[in-house]
Design a protein around this ligand. Structure first.
Ligand code: PHE
Length: 338
């Protein structure tokens, strides 16, 4: 019996050393390690061994089994490592690490706030869900003004009330500021606004505006222009050219819109500026006396200016983007550039 164990042990060792493929390893297992294999068969014959020889033979048998099993295990892990090799392609380029950062629109908002804070403005906010009074009426919109139309305004169901809307601009925050503060008031009011419009390359149904308001004794249109020109230079660069154009808003009189030279064609005329060489960046004007009165401020004593601009639009112009929707498509290739 001991002779046979020795012979099988030699056989197993030579078999192990000859294995070089997973198939050969499997053949080894089937030959030696399974229930009907060589080792198990020898174990079966332990019955024939005499009582006094049993401890020694048993010990040798156990050594044999352990040697075979551990030799097999070792090769198997080696073989499976070899098998794993092809999935590690060392010629692949490394993975890009993405660093999280603020959304470009929030970065733009922060830059605008910083510029206006430097000029002495504070920051105020108001609710996104407004009533008709703050969004329209107090701002001197006549009852039949088209901006109240279903086409532009999202109405909100709120009990029996029919005057609850998602604010269509940040101007209602002007009203809230003037109702709750004594002049002088000098604040900017950033926030989200909502319009029932179709989403296109140039317009969104939900976007950000920054409103500005300065109310004091003797506030003039010249101060408005000076402040906005300083802002435009700080935001777009010293070389920027701008112009004021007459416009109309119910809550300002006189009203104007401010344009800057088109960054794409440098004022030559192109598709983005519709061949005009100019791009509109904001609406502004002197606060209408009716609006001051609506808020309990005497228009004989005080005057004020106000302005409002869309952040997405402003940012589009600053970076030369021709589709506003890119800001909200969450494509990392786009967002990662800011
Ligand atoms: N609220 C106006 C708009 O959304 C912009 C504006 C603000 C104009 C303040 C004048 C003064 O278009």
């Amino acid at each position: 019996m001991l002779e046979e164990i020795k012979a099988l042990s030699a056989q197993i060792k030579s078999d192990l050393s000859a294995i070089s493929t997973p198939e050969e390893l499997e053949a080894f297992r089937l030959k030696h390690l399974v229930r009907k294999g060589t080792i198990a068969q020898l174990f079966d014959r332990m019955r024939e061994v005499s009582k006094e020889d049993k401890p020694l033979v048993g010990k040798e048998m156990n050594i044999l089994r352990t040697t075979a099993q551990s030799g097999f295990d070792e090769l198997q892990s080696g073989v499976s490592k070899k098998e794993a090799k092809p999935s590690e392609d060392l010629t692949l380029p490394p993975r890009t690490l993405y660093h999280g950062h603020e959304h470009p629109i929030m970065q733009a908002k922060a830059r605008m706030e910083e510029i206006f804070i430097r000029m002495g403005f504070t920051i105020a906010t108001g609710p996104d869900i407004e009533d008709d009074y703050h969004n329209f009426e107090a701002l001197n919109f006549p009852p039949d003004h088209p901006a109240r139309d279903m086409q532009d305004t999202f109405f909100v169901k709120h009990g029996d009330r029919e005057d609850v809307v998602l604010r269509t601009h940040t101007s209602p925050v002007q009203i809230r500021m003037m109702q709750s503060h004594e002049p002088p008031i000098r604040a900017i009011m950033p926030g989200r606004v909502y319009r029932n419009e179709s989403i296109t390359a140039r317009s969104l149904a939900e976007f950000y505006q920054v409103e500005g308001l300065y109310v004091d004794k003797g506030v003039t249109m010249a101060q408005l222009k000076g402040t906005l020109f300083e802002f435009a230079k700080a935001y777009y660069g010293e070389d920027i050219k701008f112009r004021f154009r007459p416009s109309f808003f119910p809550f300002t009189e006189p009203s104007a819109e401010m344009d800057i030279t088109c960054f794409l064609c440098d004022g030559q005329g192109c598709r983005v500026c519709k061949q005009s060489g100019w791009l509109e960046i904001l609406g502004c004007g002197m606060v209408h006396p009716n609006v001051l009165s609506n808020c309990g401020i005497d228009p004989e004593v005080y005057s004020g200016y106000a302005f409002g601009m869309g952040i997405e639009r402003t940012q589009m112009l600053a970076i030369g983007l021709d589709d506003i929707r890119l800001f909200y498509e969450n494509d990392m290739r786009f967002l990662g550039q800011f």
